[in-house]
Structure formats: C-alpha cells, structure tokens
Design a binder for this molecule. Structure first.
Ligand code: ADP
Length: 233
C-alpha cells in the first residue's frame, strides 16, 4: 500500500528527516509519534510528494490520486472566499483528472462526508467565518472526499473540543474497519501504544517502527511516558 525506503528530507541543506523506512499493508493504521520538531509533519509531506526527498529515498504508494490529506492546523487566510461546501468538494479535484465539472458522485460524496462530520448545516457558510474546530471538521471532510484507500492526517484532533475528539476517533476507527489505510500524526503516545495498529516513533530518524503492542514494551515508550521527567504529551 505504502512503501517508504530510506526517506530523508532537508530544509535549506539541513536534514530534519533522515533515512526513514517502513511499509504498510492495505488496512493498516499507523500512528506517527514523537516530540515537537521531531520531523513528523515533514515526513508526511515527503510521503505525499509535497516536499522533495533528499538523497536516494523512494516512496511507493498505491492509488496516488486517491490519497486524502489533512494538513496541520493553520489559521485560515482572511480573504479565503470559498464556502464550506466548495472546500469539501475541492477534495474531489484530484479524482476528476482534467475535467472541470463536478459529477453527481462528487456532490454525493461531499454531502455524505459533511453529514458524517456534523457540518451539513454549515454548507453555505463562508469557510473563514467558522471557528477553528469547525474549520478542522471541514478540512477533515475534504480529506475524506479525496481518500479512496489512504488517508493521511496531521494531528486530526488539534483544536477540537473533547466531544469532537472522541467523535473523530470513532470515525477513524470505523473507516479503518471498512478497509481504509490510515497514517495519523499524534501527540498521544499512550493511545498510540494501545491502538492495536502500528507505531512509528520519530526523532529525526525512526527510533521505532512496529506493532503498537511491541512499542508499549520498549524502553523508549516507558521512558517517554514515565511520570518523572518523561515527555509523554
Ligand atoms: P513535527 O511535526 O514533529 O513537530 P516538523 O516536521 O514540523 O516536526 O519539523 C521538523 C524540523 O524541521 C523542526 O526543527 C522545524 O523547525 C523544521 N522545519 C519545519 N518546517 C520548516 C520549514 N518550512 N523551513 C525550515 N525548517 C522547517
């Protein structure tokens, strides 16, 4: 499904992701964890082809046009003119190839995903007028519209209230059960270790890649989640 070999990414000659290799099978759920600045978002952008790889690494991904991506939270630009429905529909652009026209299926997918995320009533509102949490749901609905087989999410819960966080968790679990492959950046080491899926722990390099059960047994995980001086966000 996703095969990432010796991937390195640099900014202005400074390497921030170094020699990361892992592979996912269809239906896997990977949590990428690590401290702030450990290279998680940069790795995801490298996997998506949004940043060039440095060195001779390769990324092979099945169904490249059907990957949904939720970027890290960034404030909406004040002049961003689209309404909620248009933003969600824009998730279908890659699937349409060169056709400028929305199909009935595109519109149905947008409606279904707005419904799933509880934002159907906001469909006609300007995106920029929404709260941070509402904007997050809109972007998640857009990513779902794009995702045929693989969904990459950079901290999907950032900026959401606790109820919305658990709703998103339930949604992701359901999508994964339906066969969607997930790659999710998370601050939460403990829930990653108990997720039942796979874990990649980044600190510029991949310090660990394997099953969540094995991760929970590592000295790395114990040290990071120790009450005294650990860094278990
Ligand atoms: P994480 O997602 O784990 O918090 P990032 O991938 O955002 O980490 O950042 C990894 C490192 O790359 C950090 O040192 C960060 O300061 C640096 N970095 C991130 N984005 C850029 C950028 N656009 N230009 C230069 N350096 C960057």
């Amino acid at each position: 499904m996703l095969d990432c070999r010796n991937v390195s990414v640099s900014y202005d000659g400074k390497t921030v992701v170094e020699d990361v290799s892992f592979a996912l099978a269809p239906g896997d759920c990977l949590r990428i964890v690590g401290e702030n600045g450990s290279g998680k978002s940069t790795l995801m952008k490298g996997l998506l082809g949004l940043l060039p790889l440095s060195g001779g690494g390769t990324v092979f991904c099945v169904g490249r046009n059907e990957v949904g991506y939720l970027p890290q939270q960034t404030p909406a630009r004040g002049d961003f003119p689209a309404n909620v429905r248009e933003v969600v529909l824009s998730g279908r652009l890659n699937r349409r190839g060169f056709s400028p026209f929305c199909t009935r299926r595109d519109r149905a997918s947008a409606d279904e995903n707005m419904e799933r995320l509880g934002i159907a009533s906001l469909a006609g509102k300007p995106y920029r007028a929404l709260s941070g949490g509402q904007q997050r749901r809109v972007l998640l609905a857009r990513a779902l519209c794009a995702a045929g087989t693989l969904l990459m999410l950079d901290e999907p819960s950032a900026g959401l209230d606790p109820l919305a966080v658990s709703q998103v968790d339930v949604l992701l679990e359901k999508l994964n059960q339906e066969g969607m492959t997930l790659v999710v950046i998370s601050h939460d080491l403990k829930s990653a270790a108990h997720s039942g899926g796979k874990v990649l722990h980044m600190r510029k390099k991949a310090l660990f890649f394997g099953s969540a059960e094995d991760y929970a047994e590592t000295a790395l995980y114990r040290r990071m989640t120790a009450p005294e001086g650990g860094c278990g966000f």
